[in-house]
Design a protein around this ligand. Structure first.
Ligand code: FAD
Length: 509
């Protein structure tokens, strides 16, 4: 058994960022547990052809680890993966990390004031857990009749089988979301025939992607403030989109025009154009960016199939209209378990209920997307209501890290051993979140999306400007929490009240 002060689960942007902050705070008694074999999370696992970020790299990277050598505006997976591993190396984090370590249980032990963490590589105990298990980490397979009987090759976009040669083959891609629209143009270049199965069309806007010129690269490296200014410019333009998403969907009308122009530019056939034109408002589902997706659909070797899939047979896919299309391989690009991540079943709180069970009855929610009543000493990275449809999640992760760092300072100051958000505070906070969501395009835009949980509530997205979230996480508001000191570990009494901190905060944007 290994005992540490803090266990970080996950070695993606969240876990790595947390580890860097711990080291900066002088904390070395921590471990990072990850089932993979190197840093990167999303960017280690998603190696499909065409994988790239959809927020420009100067913003989709840590503010505290700027990279002046990004080769293009929207970097591809290998470059992002390299960046993350370079940051980890610079901060000397390899020795803190346990690879090939699948976490199977995270159980709070009230008597000991510890989390008991069971893994594929033994047991860990930690006073505090930072769960950076990823919002889009667990591949979701479609629930299709016969899918297990398919005799050809089948894999999920996030588990690409590079050993299988798709050259000249008959291939089906199920899904037309963010990953699919990156994969399809790459496959269209080399497969014999490609069937694209679309359930709902997405708005796909032009992607302002280009390599940086030598002069720009020189400037990023040598002109003080140039890179910061570029980052700020990208951030500001993306926040304007946020206003449209959350308050005034009408503001996004020009985006619809751009989307329609993108369709008209890429596709010549009127019927196909109609089939890829969404029926819902821009922003209701994630806005996608591509210059190559529509031209790929326009290719002679590519077919868009809009009839619902009836079943998968041993040789291919049959749609509701009775048409059978045989294929050699199926690429499943149907996204991830977001609101039903298995990680939520593994985390068991003070009452013996899992996070999944608690959320089944209350709906998915947390305080500031980070802490949950009943789960002491636990920080969820990219927790409920912190997701974004328009800008870099790393901005939110860094906000959470500020909150974490401020907590660690207070923890030391007041010798806190146990911290648990008050249920009334968590409740009120989430009433504010849901109120702010009412006017958002996600509620009013006329789509069904993975943003919603089984109750139909939007539990994944931050409703407002991201700088509002930065503001409410700048300080750890102890008044929102029940705490007990090290001397009283296990007792439910509060530590000395901290009055210098703001009382609870609700969200208004
Ligand atoms: C293809 C793709 C493109 C994306 N592009 C963007 C973008 O452009 N902009 C943007 O803002 N966001 C994007 N995202 C969202 C992306 O998930 C986040 O930006 C970010 O990478 C999340 O980092 P994370 O560390 O929180 O999670 P992840 O990167 O998912 O890392 C989670 C880590 O936890 C580990 N883990 C999980 N469960 C366990 C367990 N039980 N035991 C042990 N280890 C475990 C995993 O192995 C993984 O290493 C994209 C997502 C995908 C899938």
């Amino acid at each position: 058994m290994n005992v540490v002060k803090i266990a970080i689960i996950g070695a993606g942007f969240s876990g790595l960022g947390a580890a860097i902050k711990l080291r900066q705070e002088g904390i070395d008694d921590f471990v990072i547990l990850d089932r993979g074999q190197n840093f990167g999370g999303t960017w280690r696992d998603n190696t499909y052809p065409g994988a790239a970020c959809d927020v420009p790299s100067h913003l989709y990277s840590y503010s505290f680890a700027p990279n002046p050598t990004w080769s293009r505006s929207f970097s591809e997976q290998p470059e992002i993966h390299r960046y993350i591993n370079n940051v980890a190396a610079k901060n000397d984090l390899e020795s803190y990390t346990r690879w090939n370590t699948e976490v199977t249980g995270i159980v709070w032990n009230e008597a000991d004031g510890q989390w008991v963490i069971t893994t594929s590589a033994g047991e860990y105990r930690a006073n505090f857990v930072i769960a950076g298990v990823g919002p889009l980490c667990e591949p979701k397979l479609p629930d299709l009749k016969g899918i297990d009987d398919f005799a050809g090759e089948i894999f999920h976009s996030a588990r690409w089988n590079h050993d299988y040669n798709l050259e000249g083959k008959r291939v089906a891609v199920i899904g037309t979301g963010a990953s699919a629209i990156q994969i399809i143009p790459e496959l269209a270049k080399k497969v014999g025939r490609l069937d694209v199965y679309q359930r709902t069309a997405a708005w796909v806007l032009p992607r302002l992607d280009r390599p940086y010129s030598n002069t720009e690269s020189w400037a990023f490296k040598n002109i003080p403030g140039f890179q910061t200014a570029a980052r700020a410019g990208i951030y500001a333009s993306r926040e304007l989109v946020s206003f449209g998403l959350t308050h005034a969907p009408g503001v996004l009308a020009p985006a619809k025009v751009l989307g329609k122009q993108n369709i008209a530019r890429g596709i010549s056939d009127r019927k196909l154009r109609a089939a890829v034109t969404p029926k819902w408002k821009v922003g209701c589902k994630r806005i996608l960016l591509s210059n190559t997706y529509y031209p790929a659909l326009n290719q002679a070797n590519v077919d868009l199939v809009t009839d619902p899939i009836k079943e998968v047979t041993t040789t291919g896919i049959v749609t509701a209209d009775g048409v059978a299309r045989d294929v050699d391989a199926i690429v499943v690009a149907t996204g991830f378990h977001v609101t039903d991540s298995p990680a939520f079943e593994h985390i068991i709180g003070k009452d013996g209920s899992s996070l999944a069970q608690v959320w089944e009855s209350t709906g998915i929610n947390a305080y500031k997307g980070t802490t949950v009543h009943g789960f002491p000493n636990l920080f969820l990275m990219v927790g409920p209501a912190t997701g974004l449809g328009h800008t870099s999640i790393i901005y939110m992760i860094e906000s959470q890290l500020n909150y974490l760092v401020d907590y660690l300072k207070l923890q030391r100051k007041y010798d806190i051993a146990r911290v648990e958000v008050r249920s009334d505070v968590q409740h009120d906070y989430n009433v504010g979140i849901q109120k702010n969501l009412k006017s958002s395009v996600w509620e009013t835009g006329g789509c069904a999306s993975w943003y919603k949980d089984v109750f139909g509530n939007i539990t994944t997205l931050w409703p407002g400007f991201t700088f509002r979230y930065r503001h409410i996480t700048r300080k750890f508001d102890l008044a929102a929490y029940d705490t007990s000191s090290a001397a009283a570990t296990g007792a439910r009494t509060s530590a000395a009240p901290v009055t210098s901190h703001p009382a609870t905060e609700t969200v208004t944007s």
